[in-house]
Design a protein around this ligand. Structure first.
Ligand code: SAH
Length: 360
């Protein structure tokens, strides 16, 4: 049994079964054993590959988009360029590199990274050592300086914890994690009955909610409605709230049992974009999308960008650019690529005109 599993088992033995939300929070964020606290999980040698790690085209297009969004917002100065969960810092590095061709934008921004993992903060510092701007780190978006903001969040919301409610014959009950007879971790159900969460749901149905995601979105939307700017959310998820359990544990590019090795696998849930949109609108913000990542990147001109890069590429490099294009847009096989599953949604000040990528 690994050290975190031991600690969680002891916690449950003392306090009783814990919620999935608490379990995920411990697995990902435990100061000593949490998944993001102990490793660099990104890339072919790690557990999973994200869009900025697939190709520089992703961050470059987001950089151009960010400078456009800033212009649409009236080019305020200073503007806070904020990234939530920057991973290795690759996205921000690509964004700031293309920002050099928009000097007024580059002049106007101050850069802020929101990251809870000290290990990943160090990695981000290294990646961004040559960046054309100074930057600051914080552990919470509410600690970034006030003012108009352009906020980027790629594969951030999927890492925030969820709770599950299961429909039983007696009503909805929360899914908990407890101990079996031999002291192992098992899923179970709370004794208490929750208020009716959804009317005609069959026994065994699961509702997944992420109060943490809704809290973060609510805070950001209120800020944008008050002070101006935009949040761009890129993540895998579904456009409408629906029944079902999307909790997944991934290690070394394969699915594993989420209770088997806490802290050793990435634990995520698909993003409920409709729930995020509701949380944003409730604070007076405007919502654009979600659209598929394919639509977003094609509308921003990823084809032209790929062609430009291929002009100065060796044959092997050209093939890598084509492969990255396929993976990011899923034009070849939408089921196996990011293009269809990944969605893009913008949350803005209510006066923001329709932004590139979201034009229908
Ligand atoms: N955006 C990056 C990394 C995605 S992984 C990429 O696309 O490659 C999720 C990132 O969010 C990691 O950097 C992780 O450490 C960070 N993170 C997870 N939970 C967080 C939280 N509650 N607050 C801030 N950062 C968090």
């Amino acid at each position: 049994m690994n050290a975190l599993k031991q600690e969680i088992a002891t916690l449950i033995a003392h306090e009783g079964p814990i919620t999935l939300e608490r379990y995920m929070t411990l697995c990902l964020g435990h100061p000593r054993y949490g998944y993001y606290m102990t490793r660099d999980p990104f890339g072919a040698a790690g557990d999973f590959v994200t869009a900025p790690e697939i190709s520089q085209m992703f961050g470059e297009l987001l950089g151009v988009w960010a400078s456009e969004a800033w212009r649409f917002a009236g080019a305020p100065a200073p503007t806070r360029l904020i990234e939530l969960g920057p991973g290795r810092g690759t996205l921000m590095s690509d964004v700031l590199r293309v920002a050099r061709i928009a000097p007024a934008f580059l002049d106007a921004i101050t850069v802020h990274l929101v990251e809870t993992s000290p290990l990943l903060r160090r990695l981000q510092e290294q990646t961004l050592a040559q960046a054309p701007k100074m930057m600051s780190w914080s552990g919470d978006v509410n600690e970034t300086p006030p003012g108009p903001a352009i906020i980027l969040a790629n594969e951030f919301f999927d890492a925030l914890p969820v709770r599950h409610y299961v429909r039983t014959l007696s009503g909805w009950r929360e899914r908990l994690i407890g101990l079996n007879a031999s002291g192992g971790l098992v899923f179970g159900l709370a004794d208490e009955i929750e208020p009716a969460l959804m009317a005609p749901a069959r026994e065994g149905s699961i509702i997944e909610v992420s109060p943490a995601s809704q809290r973060v979105m609510g805070d950001i939307a209120a800020r944008l409605a008050r002070e101006g700017g935009v949040l761009l959310v890129v993540d895998y998820g579904y456009p409408e709230t629906s029944l079902g359990d999307s909790l997944q544990a991934v290690a070394k590019h394969a699915y594993v049992d989420p209770l088997a090795e806490p802290g050793e696998a990435d634990l995520t849930a698909h993003v409920d974009f409709a729930a995020l949109a509701r949380a944003a609108r409730a604070e007076g913000a405007k919502v654009m999308g979600p659209v598929t990542q394919a639509q977003f990147l094609l509308q921003l001109g990823i084809e032209r960008r790929a062609q430009t890069l291929m002009k100065k590429a060796t044959p092997e490099q050209a093939q890598a650019i084509l492969d990255a294009f396929d993976r990011l847009t899923g034009v070849k096989d939408p089921r196996r690529q990011m293009g269809g599953l990944f969605k893009v949604m913008a949350v803005t000040h209510p006066d923001m005109p329709d932004l590139p990528g979201f034009i229908v």
